[in-house]
Ligand binder design. Structure first.
Ligand SMILES: *Cc1c(COP(=O)(O)O)cnc(C)c1O
Length: 414
């Protein structure tokens, strides 16, 4: 438990003042300490994700180490010429290579990527979007609102459940139509089933205007060559950057911290002239990431090119762990803690990626609801409660943190 002495003196003084002001009986050390504990718990810090949701949006999606060396970098300096360079050159080049694209660039997140693409390519002009893709994704990414902020005009095409290629053609041949791009949005976190029809990127690419595909979760290659085997079944409905570009998309946009497995970022990849237009737009300056994010993305991209993804990228290491390995760990945990039971669970990719897909997993369960006690552990542990039974899913826990689970289980059982 945090004590007041772990906080800066000025904070302790402030909290003691607040305790005095709030307490009818004046200052009490217990009340001041409780305030100190609450203050410390509200600070940002590492957490153990035992929820089984691999990309937990509230827990920072993909865990990925960011370099913290306090050193200058050649972020905007061309070492060959000694002149000013672009922060997009190195990392953009790596992502272009990874995606099989002419060019690529990086911004702060996918919302920023879509905003920048539309502002740079379609300001004051029409953008065609299927009604079935005019959706809200995750924490308030709403396609019509992003569109409005970019200055582009949204032209709805088709119906919620069915949009055919001919309907896009019709929208293009409207009187006074001024179509800059067709936007295809992957409806990441929801699915329309049944009587459904959509136009594919391949079909849309025949329309004669650039197709921008917001694929969202950042699967680089549908074949997952970094796994050294066939792609897992839970990825079946996820569009991938390489294949979407090969199908004729002029640009793809995707997240850095979903299936890519890296830090929060948004990547724009595709035709060189369109990427250049995005880089030259005034908003690019406002949406650009800092050196730490670029360094982390560079390490990530090199791991993909090196096929060391499963060793270097925690998301893919968690996703690729076998049920057998998880079972062994679970038995070790139960034996070390002297309580709990090994249980089969179902983990999920999370962050709106592959919404209906489950990944077979293994956990440790302990009867009773212990979520509060687990959150008070150091580091805090976030688990799930199912009908009064607490379940710690091991797929999302770094094996190096298992000893924290052992301690916490002992506390829960005592
Ligand atoms: C997740 C997602 C976004 C938003 O991504 P952020 O990186 O969180 O801004 C946008 N579009 C799609 C299709 C997504 O899946």
């Amino acid at each position: 438990m945090a004590t007041a002495s772990e906080l800066p003196h000025a904070v302790c003084v402030e909290l003691a003042r607040e305790a005095i002001a709030a307490g009818p009986d004046g200052y009490s050390p217990v009340a001041a300490n409780e305030r100190a504990r609450q203050f410390r718990d509200a600070l940002l810090g590492p957490v153990i994700n035992a929820t089984g949701v691999l990309l937990h949006t509230n827990l920072g999606r993909a865990p990925f180490a960011i370099s913290t060396a306090a050193q200058a970098t050649n972020i905007e300096f061309d070492l060959a010429s000694g002149e000013r360079g672009s922060r997009q050159t190195a990392v953009g080049g790596l992502f272009a290579m990874l995606c099989g694209a002419e060019a690529a660039m990086v911004v702060n997140n996918t919302a920023a990527a879509v905003l920048l693409v539309l502002a740079a390519l379609a300001n004051g002009r029409d953008v065609l979007v299927s009604r079935g893709e005019s959706v809200e994704i995750g924490g308030g990414f709403r396609v019509p609102e992003v569109m409005e902020q970019s200055g582009a005009r949204l032209v709805d095409v088709g119906t919620t459940n069915r949009t055919r290629l001919a309907e896009y053609s019709k929208a293009m041949s409207r009187k006074a139509a001024d179509v800059a791009v067709v936007l295809k949005v992957h409806p990441s976190n929801y699915r329309i089933d049944g009587f459904v029809e959509t136009a594919s990127v391949k079909q849309l690419a025949t329309l004669g205007v650039p197709v921008v595909a917001d694929i969202g979760s950042g699967l680089i290659d549908a074949n997952c060559p970094w796994l050294g085997g066939p792609p897992p079944a839970w990825l079946a409905n996820e569009p991938a950057a390489r294949q979407t570009l090969a199908d004729g998309a002029a640009l793809v946009t995707f997240s850095g911290d979903k299936l890519l497995g890296g830090p929060q970022a948004g990547i724009i990849a595709g035709r060189a002239d369109l990427v250049r237009a995005c880089q030259q737009h005034a908003l690019a300056r406002a949406l650009r990431p800092g050196a730490h994010v670029l360094l982390a993305l560079q390490a990530l991209a090199l791991a993909y090119l090196d096929r060391t993804v499963v060793d270097v990228v925690p998301f893919w290491r968690m996703a690729a762990t076998t049920v057998n390995d998880l079972t062994v760990r679970a038995h070790q945990l139960v034996a070390a803690a002297g309580c709990g039971e090994v249980v089969a669970t179902e983990a999920t990719p999370g962050a709106g990626s592959a919404p209906n897909a489950g990944i077979a997993s293994v956990g440790v369960r302990i009867s009773g609801d212990h979520l509060v006690a687990l959150r008070r552990a150091r580091p805090p542990i976030v688990a799930r409660n199912r009908d009064g039974v607490t379940v710690l899913d091991l797929r999302t826990v770094n094996p190096a943190d298992d000893h924290f689970l052992v301690e916490a289980l002992r506390v829960c059982a005592s």
